[in-house]
Design a protein around this ligand. Structure first.
Ligand code: HEC
Ligand code: HEC
Length: 380
């Protein structure tokens, strides 16, 4: 178990859900600031961006995030899969991956990623380690498949980048500086003008009465806060919702190949006999973590359909129906998931509440990328 994840998958949440159902439903934003005895952290506005990123590094990271020349064949950038116009995700059930490959999980938003506890659906990296996440993405065969030395020489062929690196870092492009500038940019990608945050800050009318009722269902009868708590609406821990295995992985030769190669890289024994995404077990090697995935943030959720690690649920309405049934039937399902008996109006209110977690759309304007230039011999 990586040390930044508090507890193993099975165990915590059954108690959590039962306690959450007992939360007092006192109205008004003030009541949210502390959930008495619930064992969950209060829902809260996002904290201001942690630390201050260097503006030069952020501006450079913003360009690099959109530059296809950071991928091996030059065809895909971070923004191809994390498209600002789609909530920094891609709108697909499963990620396409690098050309010639197909990835086997859904693309999460990168908005607010720096504020969580663990990165990736299986929580395999702490959120504080963004440079490593960027390195993974650049180098991994299923994402951008780029050789580091090649990237450096490509960037050195563009005087605009060379100047930007000099201004931001006082030196020429290096692999470490590429990672740091993209990480600095990620650090700034935080939701803005979120109706629910305005409500929490005392603006009663920032969300509709239906959404306020939905919030009560979320914290009360439906027990969602047992796992979706705190400023990220995520405990950042691992749970098993009993989702059925995803046939798409094994129906597609390209996806099966990526899946097996990924598991083999993580050192999973019998990686070639598995017919389901085992989730966190591949990282921790604990049987009890089979089928467990990190609770995702619910921030921006109305913009990032389809849902779940396998993109198997198309709409928020269908997600609510899924939980109302008590989750899936898969083996090892979290004991806390039981049929909820929500009424149709409660379901509608819950969805209305989930929609208040998305903020303003930003960073969608086109960016002019530096051009390659023929450099005079011997000059930099
Ligand atoms: C080919 C599509 C693709 C490209 C290109 C891509 N990503 Fe991703 N990204 C994904 C997928 C899929 C995941 C989830 C992988 C998993 O959990 O197994 C992910 C996860 C992430 C996460 C973690 C989010 C979270 O909450 O867990 C961050 C941050 C991120 N990517 C940033 C980047 C950056 C920065 C780049 C460019 C260097 C990039 N991505 C390029 C598909 C892509
Ligand atoms: C036992 C912990 C737990 C409870 C209780 C819970 N969730 Fe989740 N939620 C998760 C986990 C874990 C995932 C990701 C599961 C996966 O992909 O396999 C998730 C995924 C989601 C997603 C999809 C997000 C995305 O980006 O794909 C939504 C929406 C969601 N939950 C809403 C809710 C609502 C609404 C409730 C209450 C009815 C609720 N959850 C209750 C743990 C929980």
């Amino acid at each position: 178990m990586p040390s930044f994840l508090k507890s193993a998958c099975i165990g915590k949440s059954s108690a959590g859900v039962i306690l959450a159902v007992g939360i007092a439903l006192a109205g008004g934003p003030g009541a949210l600031m502390g959930d008495p005895g619930a064992g969950t952290r209060p829902l809260a506005p996002l904290p201001k961006a942690a630390g201050r990123s260097d503006p030069g590094q952020v501006a450079l990271g913003r360009l690099l995030f959109r530059d296809g020349r950071l991928s091996g064949d030059g065809s895909i950038s971070c923004a191809t899969c994390h498209d600002p116009a789609r909530g920094f995700a891609d709108g697909l059930p499963l990620s396409k991956g690098y050309p010639g490959a197909l990835y086997f999980r859904n693309t999460p938003t990168v908005l607010n990623a720096a504020h969580g506890r663990a990165l990736y659906w299986d929580g395999r990296l702490p959120s504080s380690d963004l440079p490593t996440l960027v390195r993974d993405h650049l180098s991994e065969a299923h994402f951008m498949q780029a050789d580091g030395r090649l990237l450096i020489e490509r960037l050195k062929q563009m005087p605009v980048y060379v100047r930007a690196f000099r201004e931001a870092f006082g030196g020429e492009p290096t692999y470490g500086r590429i990672l740091d500038s993209v990480a600095a940019y990620l650090q700034t990608l935080q939701s803005r003008d979120v109706p629910f945050d305005l409500y929490l800050q005392g603006e009663e009318d920032a969300i509709t009465p239906a959404a306020r009722r939905g919030l009560e269902v979320f914290r009360g009868k439906a027990g969602c806060v047992a796992c979706h708590d705190g400023p990220m609406l995520s405990d950042g821990e691992l749970h098993n919702l009993g989702l059925p295995r995803s046939p798409q992985i094994f129906d597609s030769p390209e996806r099966s190949v990526t899946f097996r190669r990924f598991l083999k890289t993580l050192g999973v024994e019998r990686y070639d006999t598995l017919r389901e995404d085992i989730g966190a077990e591949a990282v921790t090697k604990l049987d009890s973590d089979r089928g467990c995935f990190r609770t995702p943030t619910l921030r921006e959720v109305s913009r990032t359909a389809p849902y779940m690690h396998d993109g198997s649920i198309a709409t928020l309405e269908a997600v609510v129906e899924f939980y109302d049934r008590g989750g899936g039937d898969g083996v090892g399902k979290d004991a806390g998931l039981r049929p909820l008996g929500l009424t149709p109006p409660e379901k509608e209110d819950l969805v209305e509440f989930l929609r208040t977690l998305s903020g303003a759309v930003f960073e969608t304007e086109p960016v002019e990328l530096p051009a390659y230039e023929i450099l005079p011999l011997g000059e930099r």
